[in-house]
Design a protein around this ligand. Structure first.
Ligand code: SF4
Ligand code: SF4
Length: 446
């Protein structure tokens, strides 16, 4: 079996974003293969753990993937501040005699954005609305490489490395089976350190607020962080929902059109015609959503937004939320099948270098700077008695269950499969036990 078949069989998906199936992403020819090891969200330390402890595996998988896609350049992009991680990677590269280059990046946010990383490493800009492959680049997260290495040993993708941090008693990197409840993960990190908290899946900037008791409160293939945060602060408001009318009202009454949101927008700084201040102005004075979306102009450029949150959490002096407006517009455009026209090539702005937002400053601004880090090389293994594995783990087709209630399964047993080559990912049992439910989740009790 070749590498593509192995990652497809193992159900490997991207670990750093939306969970795009790796066998589809890697079924390409490109000049560059970049491993995204930047981990730019405050508090997250999962990728750093992997680099320190699985450097050989990551370098090996990087070489194999780069060779398969025909890439002349295999690069691991990492923050220069990660000294121990760089040392581990360099040693692994040297030991393997691998043609893999380590690219050091500054500590700014969002250095790990795919389009930012492509420019920083290659000097090429991804066209507006395009993907890295448009300029001959494939980017994969460092945790995806670790999962691909396991796939090469025919081990399915059933375990997740996760940072559990924020207001917990003992922040930790844990290793949990898919489908583990978020509350068990929080308990493994010593439990919540404050009474009234909420939970975010992912990093503080781009992670999603989740309910602990629902399917969304379970470990999935894309879970990289679980953050416990106290209610009542900036983060609760930042993660809260707001409807269009409320966003419009706030824009009309408080947006002073200073354009700081645009000046600091990482996509705008790459030359994209994304100008959140103009979208705010259009929204403030539009009659309704139909009018707002009717013309192909600044508002449709919301589709270029990465939802990094710099405009909302850092730039706006009035406490407004351009990223929430963009999120709303992106979703609405997708629902209506509206696409902005054009796939223009862009030129980064000359002042991009000194408008980058330092990670430390954004962490202080959003209130996460005071939380403790994880104990460096202590990994907590979680062994839950029950898991509920969601069928939907990413984009594409839903895998079809191949087990029924009452079946006995072991770690790695195929429980739901996709047709060969389809956009989707196979699912495997993550613990030993009996299948007790097959619905939109497959529940297994040990
Ligand atoms: S969230 Fe704001 S800063 Fe980030 S890409 Fe979108 S508009 Fe730009
Ligand atoms: S930074 Fe805030 S006040 Fe200034 S233009 Fe943007 S949304 Fe309006």
């Amino acid at each position: 079996m070749n590498l593509l078949e192995l990652v497809e069989k193992a159900g490997v998906t991207g670990c750093g974003g939306a969970g795009f199936p790796t066998h589809i992403k890697w079924n390409a020819k490109a000049d560059w293969f970049i491993v995204n090891a930047v981990e730019c969200e405050p508090l997250l330390q999962t990728d750093q753990y992997l680099m320190r402890n699985r450097a050989d595996d990551i370098v090996y998988a990087c070489r194999q993937a780069a060779e398969m896609i025909g890439a002349q350049n295999a690069v691991i992009a990492v923050k220069r501040a990660y000294g121990k991680e760089i040392a581990a990677l360099e040693k692994a590269v040297e030991t393997a005699g691998a043609a893999v280059r380590i690219h050091r990046m500054d500590s700014f946010y969002p250095a790990g954005d795919e389009q930012v990383i492509v420019y920083e490493v290659t000097g090429k800009t991804v066209p507006c609305g395009g993907i890295p492959l448009d300029v001959g680049v494939v980017v994969s997260n460092v945790a995806t490489l670790a999962a691909a290495f396991d796939a090469m040993k025919e081990e399915p993708f059933i375990m997740k490395y996760i940072t559990v941090a924020g207001a917990v008693n003992s922040p930790a990197v844990i290793r949990a089976p898919l489908g583990t409840s978020v509350s068990e993960c929080v308990e493994a990190a010593g439990g919540a350190a404050a009474d009234d908290c909420f939970v975010v899946s992912g990093g503080p900037m781009m992670g999603k607020k989740i309910a602990c008791d629902a399917v969304s409160g379970r470990v999935t293939k894309t879970t990289s962080g679980i953050l416990v945060l106290p209610k009542g602060g900036f983060m609760e408001e930042y993660k809260g929902d707001m409807d269009l009318e409320a966003l419009k009202k706030r824009a009309r009454s408080a947006c002073i059109q200073c354009s700081y949101c645009t000046m600091l927008c990482p996509r705008h700084l790459l030359g994209h015609p994304l100008e959140p201040h103009r979208i705010m102005r259009a929204a403030a004075f539009s009659e309704d959503l139909d009018q707002l979306l009717e013309s192909d102009g600044p508002v449709r450029n919301a589709s270029l937004c990465s939802l990094c949150g710099v405009c909302t959490a850092y730039a706006c002096p009035m406490g407004l939320e351009p990223s929430k407006l963009n999120a709303f517009l992106k979703e609405e455009m997708a629902r209506r099948g509206i696409r902005r026209s054009g796939k223009e090539t862009t030129v980064p702005l000359p002042d991009r270098e000194w408008r980058k937002v330092p990670t430390g400053r954004i962490s202080r601004r959003v209130g996460t700077a005071d939380y403790g880090g994880t104990k460096e090389d202590a990994l907590i293994e979680i062994r839950p008695e029950e898991v509920a594995i969601a069928l939907r783990q990413g984009p594409g087709v839903l895998p079809q269950p191949v087990v029924a209630a009452g079946d006995r399964v072991s770690p790695g047993t195929l429980i739901a499969s996709i047709p060969a080559g389809a956009l989707g990912s196979n699912l495997h049992a993550s613990i030993e036990g009996t299948v007790v439910e097959v619905s939109d989740v497959i529940r297994i009790r040990g």
